[in-house]
Design a protein around this ligand. Sequence first.
Ligand code: GAL
Length: 435
Amino acid sequence: MRTKTVRLFALALVLALTAAACSSDDSSDTTTAPGDTDTTAAPSSGASEVEVFSWWTGGGEAAGLDAMIEIFAETDPDIAFINSAVAGGAGTNARAVLAARLQANDPPDSWQGHAGQELIGTYVAADQIEPLNFLYDQEGWLNVMPATLIPLISKDGNIYSVPVNIHRSNVLWANPTVLADAGLEIPKTLLQFFTAMDTLQAGGMEAPLAMGEQWTSLHLFETIMLASVGPDGWNGLWDGSGSWDSAEVTQGIEDFAKVLTYTNADASALSWQDAGQLVLDGSAAFNIMGDWAEGFFREVGAEPNTGYVWAATPGTDGNFQFLSDSFVLAKNAPNRDSAIAWLTVAGSNAGQDAFNPVKGSIPARSDADRTLYGEYLLSAMDDWASNTVVGSLTHGVVANDSWKSEIDTALGLFLLDKDVAAFQARLVAAQESSG
Ligand code: GAL
């Protein structure tokens, strides 16, 4: 009985999400509903096709994907590219649709998955994707992909995805005019951050920190927690050597609760792009968001230094909280050869150097042409090479889906009741049940 209810609920959710994806009014949206065909490259008669699934449908993201599709159209003009992206930041909608398709044995040929536990704990664990060692051998990718990334996409010696980028999650974006008018510098520590936001509030800016829908608050939470527990403490929360029951975690939750007091009341109604736009408009001073925000800022014509400035999230300087988007090969892919052709482009220098400058990420490959990248991304490349690297929770690196979803549920309750002790107790329980 319970199983049936859960199934019905899951079906209703998928239908609702699919409808939401189809009715997106984003003008830069390239979304197609599963089953629809949006052939970006025209198929010649008898030609093959490849269906690629992602959540890159708008604001900086679709443009990045389109740039890579263009390279694909040049290298494989006879393969029609079916773009099955489903709208919604961080894949919140897309991943539910994908899960339903995989459950129904109707996989896209290739889909976007995050390096780390999301990949290994979900698709590899469920035996839904093929190892790609043959492609790594053929393309010599082990010589150019970062050694830190390979273990996160491997299990038992098999490599399961092709990383296209490295994103940084712990970035504070700020409006330089708002800061200058208030006589403020971009804050480096949490204390400076709070003081700056107090000054801005005293000057009449009610919500100096722009925030969006719930996944963006999980994103905010992970960067504030990193500030409190530090990189070793953060790693310990995931590898079992540390406990969620510590005083540092309590401090991190208290800091997070304080940070929330500076955010906009309509956060749950805003996408991450909407929240970023508040900073560009000067309606807010700050936004904490991954560096896909820079792809969006540039797409809407904002310029680095004059339109926006950046720093590591306060208290996390010297740490690079990272995630990596990668593409997989479905087991029993309907168009396996075409999917391999797509993955070959996704892992290529040309593909990555077309995609990343637009997407707002640095290439996973180490042999990028630096002249193609703007000031922010060059600084990210340098930080990636020199900082202490830790993984993102919100974007699939450190926790498997069930653990992340328990944390997300606890966070949802905390956003309502702000009960620090109850939140911490739920985080401890989540580690015990899923960690
Ligand atoms: C992340 C993804 C990024 C970006 C972001 C916002 O999960 O890795 O590439 O798409 O979501 O949608």
